[in-house]
Design a protein around this ligand. Structure first.
Ligand code: AMP
Ligand code: ZN
Length: 470
């Protein structure tokens, strides 16, 4: 099946065609590094990771660029409140972000350009817009983009241009959807900026938020590229403004496919810093949840559907991943002879099912069904003693293959055996010997003894047993 994505720009599912065969240029709006990212943000980053991994699964070489917004209204405001130089303040959260994406097993992007390292490129881009008469300097010394000069303004978010009020200007980085107005490309310095400013042909100041993505994407991906992503809340004004800046400067179509993920919700509301209803990744780790479990929750629902975050979902993720872990352990323990043919056709079907589901606009929920079905049939064959070592190894290989996209199964992770008390282990060994000798009365008595000590014992084929704390 051919890869196809829902292109927000056209509001329809479209087959994916890369500009350069076999290669994908992808720009993903990254974090504003003024705080720890919350798991709503990570829904966007894990969605982008699954997209990236799926493209790789389909044989593309991906060049992903993710910006780090280390200067904007919020970073300046909070660094001043913390009485720290901007660079020192944002460095802490940049580092935290990289630690967090590692925890979530998010594949690193090829480039993480920081806004403050690209002021020169932003000034050059603003200069082009000035030279073309699309940007202008207002009385407040800020440089604005004149949306009246760009008739396509509003084409991504499909906003009503009737609402446009001539001459209305906005110089905050984020603004409401009904505030269609000229937006700031360069903000003249004012006292609230403290020592944060750069020299420019228009006086000292700093860039607006939107210009960084236009400048840095062309620096690292060229003037047109394949995919641009973000959360739905980024569509307006941020992505709309990015399109206006880039296309007004080059006169070319900037991005071919726009993909936006829906929000992670908490109790029916968007998880967000401003509402205060959020968990950071670190909050959840502190409660004992692992990166894999959190990732599993975030990738399990289709990216274009709202996802309500609950602790029940995390508990379910834990159970599911443990079941897979047990399956992998079981597959590893199978040593029977045979050519593996008993499971091969099933594996081929499930791989096809998985691939088709991912090709269909990243339908992760349908893709996971393939894993559950393969797990069921592998366990069933093993129960019947009808799975050979070759077959079991092929099952493991299939899961490794799925995990290239999912990044959550840790197929080869050796689960550290729980440390059981010595008396429990010796009772379990004695029971195992009794079973081998077909002394089932003794075996049952020993099982009861183990139970009294608060443990349960489960048997797997081949004399393998497993202890569990009750
Ligand atoms: P920000 O740091 O606010 O620019 O957000 C970084 C990324 O996270 C953007 O792509 C946002 O669209 C995305 N985002 C923010 N909140 C949520 C949420 N509750 N669910 C999904 N994505 C979100
Ligand atoms: Zn952006």
């Amino acid at each position: 099946m051919e890869l196809q994505f829902f292109n927000t720009f056209e509001r329809r599912i479209m087959p994916f065609h890369a500009i350069q065969p076999g290669k994908v240029g992808m720009y993903t709006c990254g974090p504003t590094v003024y705080n720890f990212a919350h798991i709503g943000n990570f829904r966007a980053y894990t969605f982008e990771d699954v997209l990236r991994r799926t493209l790789e699964y389909f044989g593309y070489e991906v060049r992903q660029v993710m910006n780090l917004t280390d200067v904007d209204d919020k970073t300046i405001r909070d660094s001043r409140a913390a009485k720290l130089p901007l660079r020192e303040f944002t460095a802490k959260y940049k580092q935290a972000f990289f630690e967090d994406i590692k925890t979530l097993n998010i594949e690193p992007a090829e480039v993480y350009p920081a806004a403050t390292d690209h002021i020169k490129q932003m000034i050059a881009l603003i200069q082009i817009l000035m030279d073309k008469g699309i940007a202008y300097q207002a009385e407040d010394k800020c440089i604005y983009f004149s949306i009246a000069k760009f008739p396509d303004y509003g084409k991504l978010a499909r906003i009503d241009r009737e609402n446009q009020r001539a001459g209305v200007r906005i110089n905050t980085d984020e603004y409401a959807k009904d505030a269609v107005a000229d937006f700031a490309l360069w903000k003249a310095w004012d006292e609230a900026d403290g020592d944060v400013f750069w020299e420019s042909p228009w006086g000292k100041g700093r860039p607006g938020w939107h210009i960084e993505c236009s400048a840095m994407s062309s620096e690292y991906l060229g003037s047109s590229f394949d995919i641009h992503t973000g959360g739905v809340d980024n569509m307006f004004p941020h992505h709309e403004d990015e399109i206006a800046q880039s296309e007004a400067a080059t006169g070319k179509k900037w991005v071919n496919y726009w993909l936006h993920c829906e929000h992670l919700m908490l109790d029916g509301e968007k998880m967000s810093k401003s509402l205060g209803n959020f968990y950071t990744l670190r909050d959840l780790q502190g409660k004992g949840w692992s990166g894999r479990e959190i990732r599993w929750v975030l990738i399990g629902a289709h990216y274009r559907k709202k996802l309500n975050f609950t602790f029940d979902a995390l508990a379910q993720a834990r159970e599911t991943l443990n079941k897979f872990g047990e399956l992998f352990d079981r597959m590893r323990s199978i040593t029977a002879a045979g050519d593996g043919s008993e499971i091969f056709s099933n594996i081929a079907e499930r791989k096809e099912q998985f691939k088709n589901a991912m090709a269909d606009d990243l339908n992760t929920a349908a893709a996971l069904a393939a894993l559950f079905e393969l797990s069921r049939s592998a366990n069933k064959l093993a129960d019947e003693g009808a799975l050979s070592q070759a077959g079991a190894q092929a099952v493991l290989a299939a899961f490794r293959d799925f995990d290239r996209v999912l990044g959550a199964l840790a197929v080869d992770e050796v689960r550290t055996a729980e440390a059981f008390p010595e008396d429990v282990v010796s009772l379990a060994e004695a029971r195992s010997a009794a079973r081998k000798a077909k002394n089932f009365a003794e075996s049952d008595r020993l099982r009861a003894e183990i139970g009294k000590l608060g443990y349960a014992i489960e048997d797997a084929p081949g004399g393998v047993y497993k202890l569990k704390k009750l």
